[in-house]
Design a protein around this ligand. Structure first.
Ligand code: SF4
Ligand code: SF4
Length: 93
């Protein structure tokens, strides 16, 4: 086996528990959700459905999206009952 091959770590392994915060999965995003505060009724659906847990309630109000971890799946846009979330292309793409 060449030296190069020996240095490749096996994929899909978590070497340290509790390390997910170290991996900023927002870098994967090609689309960005855009939240319209004025249309938002604070129903909480986007908070509950976000698979990355990057939308929070703070003091009873929906807070800004944490783009360090938002992957741009746009489930939040799909579930919002009042159209308070739209999406746009990430500028880096
Ligand atoms: S786009 Fe996906 S990951 Fe980002 S805030 Fe919406 S539901 Fe969460
Ligand atoms: S789903 Fe829409 S209306 Fe409900 S909290 Fe989220 S942005 Fe606001």
């Amino acid at each position: 086996m060449s030296k190069f091959k020996q240095e490749i770590l096996p994929g899909g392994m978590i070497n340290q528990p509790g390390s997910s915060k170290d991996y900023k999965t927002g870098l994967w995003r090609t689309k960005r959700p855009v939240w319209d505060k004025d249309k938002c009724t604070q129903c909480g659906l986007c908070v509950n459905y976000c698979p990355e847990n990057c939308i929070f309630f703070k003091k009873g109000k929906r807070g800004e999206t944490n783009f360090d971890y938002c992957k741009g799946c746009l489930i939040c846009e799909r579930v919002c009952p009042v159209g308070a979330i739209s999406s746009k292309q990430e500028e880096k793409f």
